[in-house]
Design a protein around this ligand. Structure first.
Ligand code: CU
Length: 448
């Protein structure tokens, strides 16, 4: 026999499509009954948060309290195919599972420490009793290796928060210990309900090509920037239906940097920080939002433009992977003679960057020697060739008539809506002079 409440819980989970666990029946019922009339998409109409490449932390109810278990532990994490790292994380992953609760919930969170070092957990942005705040030495003794501590408090208000250690925080966060907290509003209204709700943790890492362990001593020279600890093309696309209201919760626990996150094809409103929701009258439109380190910004928009839209950090080094930048700038340098002389000695050798760096994503294909366990600087294959960006980059896929939120593949453009080479007839019609070919390179045969 299955109760109505249980049934709602199960259907809600099935509809959600994303195989996450942890919705309790009360929350599921509350969320499904709050489904807005305006929903356009056939599935996942509830407000459960989606953590791309991640998941939510399971919980169970004991009396009036939701009980969770976080496990701090060493993990092996794949940032992208070909790059496996030894990190520290929570419950087998980085970022740790997203903690979901409802405004007003009393929670008890057990933290087991399987690290070789002490740790604590700080609940970043949450108002709670001072002794639950997690700063080692100030608010509590550190959790020794092998022990389990108990945190107990109430989430007083809805919003997006973060969790991370406050013991040797530089080492522990730089190695991957971070997670997100989403507290849903107890009362859902048309104004605070969306069809698709995503949570993305931004972070940066210093990993020498070939190394397996990020360098926590790094102060400024970070060479990997990630969304939920993945670099493109390993970042999962954000799939939404045409007309869906979309929220993206952007959290930043980078060691040093702020990230201006830019969305193509849409503008959005900045609707909340970890400090609370911004009144509608004070929200302003943007296409780029700066997420300072240690901060949360929520953005919302209606996905009204079908297509594959880039969502990425606009710090341009943050959309590159493991770039070597110790050499001199090479743009405009003719390296053909050097290449010809070195190739007999170093098969496959090529001098990089003479026409910019767009060729570097193909290094792997060209048999250029790469250190083991490292990734090419840039990008992945797209429908029109190589996508030049990697790192902190993902794709918002807006589609009409979705039957599921599985990745729908590349956008199928309507006829005559893709930029292409201009025809001679078009150039002539519009009075555009044919561009001149670039200046010829010097002929090095004569140099020998
Ligand atoms: Cu950035």
């Amino acid at each position: 026999m299955i109760s109505r409440r249980k049934f709602l819980s199960i259907t809600s989970l099935a509809l959600a499509g994303a195989a996450t666990i942890g919705v309790d029946s009360a929350t599921a019922e509350q969320l499904s009954s709050a489904t807005p009339a305006r929903t356009r998409s056939p599935v996942a109409a509830n407000a459960r948060v989606i953590t791309p490449n991640g998941t939510s932390l399971p919980w169970h109810q004991v009396g009036d309290t939701k009980v969770y278990h976080l496990i701090a532990e060493p993990i092996v994490h794949q940032m992208a195919e070909g790059l496996n790292l030894d990190l520290w994380g929570y419950n087998g992953r980085s970022p740790g599972p997203t903690i979901e609760a409802v405004e007003g919930d009393r929670v008890r969170i057990y933290v087991s420490n399987r690290l070789p070092a002490p740790t604590t957990v700080h609940w970043h942005g949450v108002e709670l009793p001072n002794g639950m705040d997690g700063v080692a030495g100030l608010n509590q003794a550190p959790i020794p290796a092998g022990e389990t501590f108990k945190y107990e408090f109430r989430f007083p208000r809805p919003g997006t928060f973060m969790y991370h250690p406050h013991f040797d925080e530089l080492t522990q966060i730089a190695l991957g210990m971070m997670g997100m907290i989403v507290v849903h509003p107890r009362r859902t209204t048309a104004a605070n309900t969306v069809e698709r709700d995503f949570a993305i943790m931004l972070a940066e890492w210093s990993v020498r090509p070939g190394a397996r362990r990020p360098n926590p001593a790094e102060m400024s020279d970070f060479n990997l920037a990630t969304m939920n600890s993945k670099v493109f093309p390993a970042t999962e696309a954000l799939v939404v239906g045409l007309g869906d209201r979309v929220r993206i919760r952007l959290c930043n626990l980078s060691v040093t940097n702020h990230h201006p996150i830019h969305l193509h094809g849409h503008n959005f409103r900045i609707t909340a920080s970890e400090g609370g929701r911004i009144p509608a009258s004070a929200q302003w439109p943007e296409s780029t939002v700066l997420i300072p380190t240690g901060s949360v910004r929520e953005i919302e928009f209606v996905a009204d433009a079908p297509g594959d839209w880039a969502l990425h950090c606009h710090m341009l080094h943050h959309v590159m992977n493991q770039m070597g930048h110790a050499g001199p700038p090479m743009i405009g340098v003719d390296s053909s003679a050097l290449n010809a002389r070195l190739q007999p000695l170093l098969p496959g050798y090529m001098t990089m960057g003479a026409a910019g760096m767009a060729d570097m994503g193909d290094m792997g294909d060209m048999q250029m020697a790469m250190p083991e366990n490292s990734i090419v600087m840039k990008g992945g294959q797209g429908p029109f060739g190589h996508i030049d960006m990697a790192g902190m980059f993902t794709i918002l896929k807006v589609r009409e008539g979705l039957t599921s939120y599985d990745d729908p593949g590349w956008y199928d453009h309507p006829a005559n809506t893709v930029a292409r080479a201009a025809t001679p007839a078009e150039l002539e019609r519009d009075g555009i002079a044919t561009p001149q070919a670039p200046p010829a390179q010097p002929d090095h045969e004569h140099d020998h």
